[in-house]
Design a protein around this ligand. Structure first.
Ligand code: 8YV
Length: 292
């Protein structure tokens, strides 16, 4: 199957897109891409939406379903990378790795000492969302001798980890709160002022999920008021824009949505996203349709 690819014409040139839209048969979307109902409605010949990412909160799956358009994503192949990144961010914020790097580069070592960090081994980790990636993070944390608890929509009796019914109940019990739950309306603002207050002045927030899950304004206020000890964020409410209030802080580690960004994993994601398109146009079963 040969493809003619049009790169985000709907954003760059809506007039050209209006002429093109009736002929578009497939959408290849990134994990962060927005494919709302209005866009789907513009493409009467659309047959499939293949998402390059595990998260598909930007896609109006209901609208696609109503049109009989399947949506696929790239689960599993990125689980290890995102879990690695979650632990990396946890270590970075607790042990002040990024701050220490800035300290050395700025020549400050000759003039004084770095402030102390927070011990990670043996600490208590709370995971918000114990799906595939959450479990992979839990296993890594066990390697650090951490105790693991979680919250999720439902308790997972197959795991031995302690369950709390709400993020707030979990946050009170832990030193690190790791957010790895799907984005979208169901989790919007889930990590709010109450949860951050419950996490407390010795607690750290890590977000490798979606910016929408954390109330960013509440997070900035919590950091300002010392309600929590620090935060490590790979995702933001309005990417690629990151509030200056966060950039200015030493108790915050910021990365540009790179949870799955390794050569190996991006190749595997591309193969899977492309494989779904190929399967569709060959009349074969889709490799990884999103759950019903
Ligand atoms: C990618 C992601 O950054 O899988 C996801 O849901 O957010 C990430 O893996 C993204 O899909 C690449 O554009």
């Amino acid at each position: 199957m040969a493809y003619v690819v049009h790169d985000r014409v709907h954003q760059s040139d809506p007039v050209a897109f209006a002429a093109l839209a009736p002929r578009i048969r497939a959408v290849a979307a990134s994990g962060e891409a927005k494919v709302p109902r209005a866009l789907i409605d513009q493409m009467p010949a659309l047959e499939i939406i293949s998402v390059f990412g595990v998260g598909y909160d930007g896609i109006d799956v209901q609208a696609a379903r109503e049109r009989g358009v399947p949506v696929t994503n790239t689960p599993d192949v990125l689980t290890d990378d995102v879990a690695d990144m979650g632990m990396g961010l946890l270590l970075a914020v607790a042990r002040r790795i990024a701050q220490a790097d800035r300290f050395v580069r700025a020549g400050e070592w000759s003039h004084g000492r770095m402030v102390l960090g927070r011990k990670v081994s043996g600490a208590r980790l709370g995971i918000v969302g114990l799906g595939r990636i959450g479990l992979a993070i839990a296993r890594r944390a066990e390697g650090f001798g951490m105790s693991v608890a979680y919250t999720a929509r439902h308790e997972k009796p197959a795991t031995a980890f302690r369950y709390y019914p709400t993020p707030q109940a979990l946050a009170v019990q832990v030193d690190f709160l790791m957010v790895i739950t799907p984005g979208g309306d169901a989790t919007r603002g889930l990590i709010n002022e109450q949860v951050l207050t419950a996490l407390g002045p010795q607690g750290y927030l890590i977000n490798v999920a979606r910016g929408s899950v954390v109330d960013q304004g509440a997070l900035i206020r919590a950091l300002d008021q010392g309600l929590i000890a620090g935060a490590a964020l790979d995702v933001f409410e309005n990417e690629p824009r990151v509030p200056a209030e966060l950039c200015a802080r030493d108790d915050v580690v910021l990365t540009p949505h790179v949870g799955s960004a390794t050569w190996q994993t991006r190749r595997a994601m591309a193969d899977l996203a492309f494989g779904n398109l190929q399967a569709h146009f060959a009349g074969q079963p889709l490799l990884t349709p999103v759950p019903q």
